[in-house]
Design a protein around this ligand. Sequence first.
Ligand code: MIG
Length: 681
Amino acid sequence: MIRKYTFGTPLPTGAVVRPQPAQSGPVPFFDVKTGEDGSVSFSLSLHPEEVIFGLGQAVRGVDKRGHRYESWNSDVFNHTEERPSLYGSHNFILFFSPERLLGVYLDDPGKVVWDLGWENHDEAVITSLSGNLDLYLIEEDTLTGAARAFRELTGRSYLPPRWAFGYIQSRWGYASEQEVRAVVSEHRKRHIPLDGVCLDIDYMVDFKNFTWKPDAFPDLRQFQAEMKEDHLRLIPIIDAGIAVQEGYAPYDSGKAGDFFCKKEDGSDFVAAVWPGRCCFPDFLREDARRWFGDLYRPLLEAGIEGFWNDMNEPALFYSDEGVADAFAKVEAIRGGEVDFETTWWLKDAFNGIANNMDDYRRFFHLVDGKPVRHDRVHNLYGAGMTKATADGFRRFSPDQRLLLFSRSSFIGAHRDGGIWQGDNFSWWSHLKMAIQMLPGLNLCGFLYTGCDLGGFGCNVTEDLLERFLQLGVFTPLMRNHSALHTREQEIYRFSSWEIMRDTVSVRYALLPWLYSEFMKAALGDEMLFRPLVFDYPADPRAVHVQDQLMLGEGCMIAPVYEQNAAGRYVYLPEDMLLVRFRSGKDYDLVPLAKGDHWINLALNEFPLFVKKNHAVLLCPGGESSELLDDTRFTALGQIETESTYELYRDDGKTAAPDLGSGLTKIVLSPSTSLQTIPDVP
Ligand code: MIG
């Protein structure tokens, strides 16, 4: 059951696809208070055993209780435990205790503060700063049922093409065809599977969107064609800002259509990002989205089938006004005594010019023809860019799925694209964070996701990259990405590259099965990764497991995320089969009983656990997703009573696939734990 309550006059967000009338009368469960500043707070006392799931892309554990978060899309380079928000706002949480199962969703494009037992461990207080929102309460009998109800309310998850499940190599700095060819050939020569290479901002002319350097990429169409011969795709980046420069076509057409965000005086808002001074498309306007979506056309016509959209919080390096303000502050103390306080203050005056709240209050969008100040709808900006892009793709190739993943997002954007988890570091704690972020994102509808494997910032070590890849084997987006000036992080840079190659080979052996699990989850409005308690609600141990996740119908992952660990403890909520992988062809199988186990996992080993009467399917493998045989499998499972696995397959690109017609039933018969399944029709 879903009930809706409206407060103030909410701005349209496009998040909900099944509108319903608002209830009258008081909100059950919550104590509702209106602040003098117009904010509205919802308080709920918490049961001692209550756990809280959700909130999408947020730091810290799977259970969000005990901390304070904010919904405020932020370009943040340092994902510490203290960060109140990252790049997306995903305002959905589930409260779960022996006494209650309650889903709470705030459809609110402005800042929301989530005190989930921070001020007071026994109380949750959720505050909408604007006080204009739709509040939805979801009550279902099961956690999975509540997750499904939320997806039905907000719409089906984005479906990427099948090649997007291949391994993708990326690095900020690849600047020419030759460099990309060298990366590709180092992979191919060593038989490290690879499906795509990302082009970061260095492919553009002066970082200007929709351009590419004529000397470094003389014929993009030809280059993409050459890559495609080798079963590879190029995936260029596009940023949100459009450089202010007459004669640069996207600026001229944006100006001609008057599609940019405005300041109060009606002039275009200008702030600097990578290309220097930029204007910002008003992604809240349908006509501006249409114009922007069509800008991808030349790249699509050159054969590009995948993009990543960046800097769309939007990130702002500085505005002229912000710089002037900072200088004014400095002038005010120039000549006076500089003591410890003023030096801190001086430093902050300049550090604070990026992504500054004053800038977010300096510009306006047109919503239904009326100006709305940016800070009131801030969290919609990235989602608007995703929608502009996805709609542009649909106009260009209505029958074909294209790859799109964005940095910034909002609920609703899960229908149009995936997201990556942003600028993590080469830290072991960030490997753990990546695991813990998956179920929250899945609950909020974002299924196509993954972190920068190896870590984006800082310098990776080879053991850390190997353990990151072991997680990446299971995440839909499996991308190695790193920042300019950090240690080079392609697999072939390391002496243990063969171990890493073998790890990637597991992904390719599992790819048809993983794709099947993904598509069944997406088309059936399910989660791909779940906290254990979703499947074992009556198991008091399962409720608190923070570093293992259920995967698909019958499996569980438990990655190693500590340096120098020779294995890890794993809790099995029921009897399971341990598949200890070393490569797509090399693994051992150990049946284990429900309970706690220490599992030895040398650096080149990682586990997948399979429930009884379920199986995981391995194909013979290959070096590109296009070269896999998905008709012959080895099934790994402990089959005690005859069971079936429903394998979903399709051509990997049709835009409107149908679950029913893609399913083939595979019979799993008892007795053996390792079965060869020849020729699945
Ligand atoms: O200010 O394009 O998160 O993945 O490599 C940094 C350069 C801009 C941030 C993205 C990152 C990307 C980088 N970008």
